[in-house]
Design a binder for this molecule. Structure first.
Ligand SMILES: [Zn+2]
Length: 315
């Protein structure tokens, strides 16, 4: 399972056109018109009991709807393919367990038939979830204090999820080629480190103010290793909203998707995330997903991935 996932992560990280990662050890069993090369499917856990299934059809015209079924053929969710043949199907599965999903893509037209079918086994167990590139951590969905993503990589003194490390380096290189220079100021953080930071902010400014810009321990996306705070090399507007208007902030906003990143906290999604805008906070989701999100115009991961909004820590 892990080996296969890593293969996917690598493909996503290098941003190949097949970044969706077909392999994943699944048994593709194409039916009728569509061949196995026509549809890519990927499934990754988002939470302890939710999985996100992504479908990408190379010939969207001939296919219409993606349907995801669980054990015993139970329908868990479906979505209509976009004009470019893409769909996301978030599904609820057994908590902390392996589930076998059957993904069927129906043909277009009056009497739809099965155009493509593939079976994938996906795990929401902690060991797998902690490294998922589609893990969601927010004010309602925490990580355990002991959860650590596998294979953290150290670059320039900071630790990163391996997929995010490679992609950020490539992103930096692409920027340098345009004479734009930025670095990571913060990446992976342990639960303990987050607790120290958050407690310090609370002491200084009070809990309500701290909650607008800092996560309580266990709720920081930085614990996934997929979040990176970027700063301009000249240190202009570091960790400040004015970063958005610097050449570095502008470059990042324009090109993040091509390197697999989204800006997680924006002016438009505070109602979903409960944070003030952070134009410097990048979240790795893989190139395919980042481009999909950009096209879809979804305002937050929560919205795009069918999860409840997390504006606060709840009752
Ligand atoms: Zn951050």
């Amino acid at each position: 399972m892990l080996t296969l996932s890593r293969r996917h992560l690598l493909r996503a990280a290098i941003g190949s056109s097949a970044a969706l990662g077909i392999a994943l050890g699944s048994s593709a069993s194409p039916v009728s018109a569509a061949s196995s090369a026509d549809v890519d499917v990927m499934a990754e856990p988002m939470t302890t009991d939710r999985v996100l299934v992504a479908v990408d059809a190379a010939k969207p015209g001939s296919l219409s709807t993606a349907v995801v079924r669980g054990p015993a053929g139970k329908a868990l969710g479906k979505a209509t393919l976009s004009a470019t043949g893409k769909a996301l199907v978030p599904v609820k599965v057994a908590a902390n367990a392996e589930t076998t999903l059957t993904i069927t893509v129906l043909t277009a037209g009056k009497n739809p038939t099965v155009g493509f079918e593939e079976t994938i086994t996906v795990s929401t167990q902690e060991s797998r979830l902690a490294s998922s590139i589609w893990r969601v951590v927010n004010k309602r969905l925490p990580m355990g204090a002991d959860e650590v993503p596998e294979g953290l990589e150290t670059v320039a003194g900071l630790q990163f999820h391996p997929a995010a490390a490679v992609s950020f380096l490539v992103f930096q290189e692409a920027a340098l080629a345009q004479k734009v220079s930025f670095q990571a100021v913060s990446a992976y953080r342990t639960y303990a480190r987050q607790k120290t930071l958050y407690d310090g902010y609370v002491e200084r400014e009070g809990r309500d103010a701290a909650d607008r810009y800092s996560a309580r321990p266990g709720h920081s996306e930085h614990q996934t290793g997929l979040a990176i705070d970027a700063r301009a090399s000249d240190d202009e507007c570091t960790l400040d909203e004015c970063f958005e208007d610097t050449p570095e902030g502008t470059f990042i906003a324009q090109h993040a998707a091509d390197h697999g990143f989204v800006i997680r906290y924006t002016k438009g999604n505070g109602g979903h995330t409960g944070y003030d805008p952070e134009p410097w906070h990048l979240r790795y989701v893989g190139t395919w997903m980042a481009r999909y999100l950009k096209e879809s115009k979804a305002t937050s991961l929560e919205e795009a991935w069918g999860l409840p909004a997390a504006p606060d820590y709840g009752p």
